[in-house]
Ligand binder design. Structure first.
Ligand code: SAH
Length: 347
């Protein structure tokens, strides 16, 4: 096991402390920070404005986490790329690059696997393996920016894992990726998606970060929600929605309510009306996602007509709605499926 310290997960103040303790000038920390987080260096060797001696010392003391590109699938339709990255302990994770008119967006994983158990999701089938370190979240973005040579302007924490179940590492990730001496990605361009961990939402509201929060709602009431998301037994909508409203009041950021449409489960008009009632007075919009079927479950995607009617009903009730555009249809497979097929092949 690695005993060196994970330098990519350190904030600038910690790096300064480390350097001072090693008898070096504090300003070296800023240089090293920029090599790691702005120039995206893969080795200490590259840090050419540091002395050979300092580079050697860093090499001996710290570990510069870099993910290994195991596989990448590139869509011929829209250039979407699905990456499979290897971690130092042999685990693999998925990340996705989507190209939009407004810029390049990377969807990252926050955990290896997931413990939340949502019934339609492939990421959670084998449970939670472990949390990702801040460095492992950052390097998904860094690898992809280096691999494409194109700037990443948006990050969505919507891959495998529940980000608010890995709270401290998530927060460090947000601060590092939006740091002015790093990639400097605006917090407004970072979206964190949660299945509704109430204490996490409340904490994030007071943290002084201004990321966009997306809530995975998927049903207008706790009964239906529990059939899709076991976490709904732990947190009820009567507590989740006020926490979301507090998040809006504290940060001024409007929320996104994600709603995956599953045929015959949550997609009829009565549910659309109930959803409109539920969201009255909330600041945000609904993002409808026709469910992406996985072979381990028999959930079916709502048909086009049902999606349009559901959307129309919400709009009639004054709610802003978007239907998620399918990206990379030819390389599709729901969240977590590339990782699953890789693991199954190895077995
Ligand atoms: N744990 C977080 C983030 C990861 S999931 C969360 O629950 O929000 C990102 C989004 O994709 C969530 O809204 C999730 O419910 C949805 N999702 C997962 N699998 C899906 C599938 N097969 N079809 C449609 N949406 C899915």
């Amino acid at each position: 096991m690695e005993t060196k310290k994970d330098i990519k997960s350190m904030c600038l103040a910690e790096l300064e402390e480390e350097l001072k303790a090693g008898g070096h000038k504090a300003f070296r920390a800023g240089q090293i920070f920029q090599w790691i987080h702005e120039k995206l260096a893969d080795s200490f060797e590259e840090m050419s404005n540091l002395s050979k001696d300092l580079r050697r010392q860093l090499e001996g003391r710290y570990w510069l986490v870099t993910l290994k590109k195991e596989d990448v699938k590139i869509s011929k339709i829209d250039g979407t790329r699905k990456y499979l990255f290897g971690l130092s302990d042999g685990n693999v994770i998925e990340s996705v690059l989507m190209r939009y008119k407004h810029g390049n967006s990377v969807c990252i994983s926050s955990q290896v696997g997931c413990g939340m158990g949502c019934r339609f999701c492939a990421s959670t089938l084998d449970g939670l393996k472990r949390n990702l370190e801040p460095s492992e979240m950052l390097d998904q973005v860094y690898r992809i920016q280096k691999d494409t040579g194109e700037r990443v302007s948006h990050v969505v924490v919507m891959g495998s894992g529940e980000p608010l179940d890995n709270y401290d590492n998530l927060l460090r990730f947000i601060r590092l990726i939006s740091h002015e001496k790093g990639l400097n990605i605006s917090q407004r361009n970072i979206t964190v998606s949660t299945c509704g961990i109430v204490p996490g939402i409340q904490r994030l509201a007071e943290e002084g970060v201004s990321v966009t929060l997306a809530l995975s709602l998927h049903a207008p009431d706790d009964q239906v929600r529990r059939t899709l998301m076991p976490v709904a037994y732990k947190y009820a909508l009567k507590d989740i929605l006020p926490a979301c409203h507090t998040y809006f009041k504290r940060t001024g950021r409007r929320l996104t309510f994600e709603y995956s449409l599953v045929k015959g489960v949550n997609d009829n008009l009565k549910e659309a009306q109930a959803l409109a009632r539920l969201l009255k007075g909330q600041q945000g919009h609904v993002n409808l996602i026709p469910v992406n079927p996985i072979k381990e479950r028999d959930y079916v995607q709502s048909d086009r007509k049902a999606v349009e009617e559901f959307k129309g009903c919400l709009e009639k009730n004054g709610i802003t709605v978007t239907v998620r555009r399918e990206m990379g249809r030819d390389i599709n497979g729901a969240c977590g499926q590339l990782r699953r097929s890789f693991i199954e092949e190895k077995r």
